[in-house]
Design a protein around this ligand. Sequence first.
Ligand code: GLU
Length: 424
Amino acid sequence: MSEQLSFVSPTANSPWGTYLSQVDRVVPYLGPLARWVETLKRPKRALIVDVPIEMDDGTIAHFEGYRVQHNMSRGPGKGGIRFHPDVTLEEVMALSAWMTIKTAAVNLPYGGAKGGIRVDPKKLSLQELEKVTRRYTSEIGIIIGPHTDIPAPDVNTNAQIMAWMMDTYSMNVGGTATGVVTGKPLHLGGSLGRVKATGRGVFVTGREAARRLGMDLRGARIAVQGFGNVGSVAAELFADAGAKIVAVQDHTGTIVNSNGLDLAKLVPISRTDGVVGFKAGGDIVPNEDFWNTPCDILIPAALEGQLTAERAQKTTAKLVLEGANGPTVPQADDILAERGVLVVPDVICNAGGVTVSYFEWVQDFSSFFWDEDEINVRLDRIMMNALNHIWDTADKHKITLRTATYAVACERILMARQERGLYP
Ligand code: GLU
């Protein structure tokens, strides 16, 4: 007999609603561990903080910040920090829960957590951004730490922001605690390969999925939504493997070129002007047309809830690689499965980032740093082993890769839960 949570009102397609329906689908495959499943349907701990700063013009501004620790049965909390004007507690809860599933799916010794600030960082000066970051870190400092909960970059946060977080936490506790955040600059305990790790993981899992589908990557047409750290890196790796990037969408608009966009030109221009800055290299089309651009592989690598039922019906892709967290709503998942479109779910597809975050954390503790080849070899091995195990589970039960990933992950999480037992 468990009561509904009072502090969120999820809908069918909202992030937390999407997550809850993903958990419901796995229950039949959990056997006796299903007794513990309610554990996954509520966060262990959720902190809401006020972040006041003095702006450059002398006014005082307040922002709302969150850190949610969804589950810590298998280890400390782990997950990024998002700066976005639309961030809500409900969104951060879902993102923290997806981290729990993700770290368990690739068998990293972590639970799941996530944080965010409801702020548009593009409207802040560098100094204001630093103040927001430092005050937020100080406020959540009561629940984070190298052995309790380790933040990392996510949407609109980067190595510089991680450096400020590490410094603020370190100043407050005394000493230099490099292991409190990952995704730091290289000379501050960061790891080689971390920046490209998420995009690389999308490529590695996508290449394996394509091989199993009998799809040749040479000449394969790829559409990428979101051209930040995840989408652009994955696009480059697929292009290197011979694929054609035929459509790219970011916050500025959508560019298409059926012969393949020239990434050597598009990537640098997109950093300053967005993808529409590369008018010379393709046609700018209305955003909704992105979803019916003829393609073989679709990579949603932006925000949640983008692949709706209607868009799932339209896409010509045979393979969807979820670079973003939670891009596909449950109804779209069903439509894609019915249409025979294979979805490599976020909780395995984009796990490369947190995997190299784990390497960074291990290197920080041992104060011994690996070369990039070693990082990439280990990353590829972990991603391939995890994907193969999930694929076998999907074949055995005749279920989607998403439900299979949840089956593998939830068994690990709930087994740990059961073995630890309830306190008191
Ligand atoms: N923000 C990334 C994710 O969603 C990385 C998290 C981490 O490295 O802890 O997986």
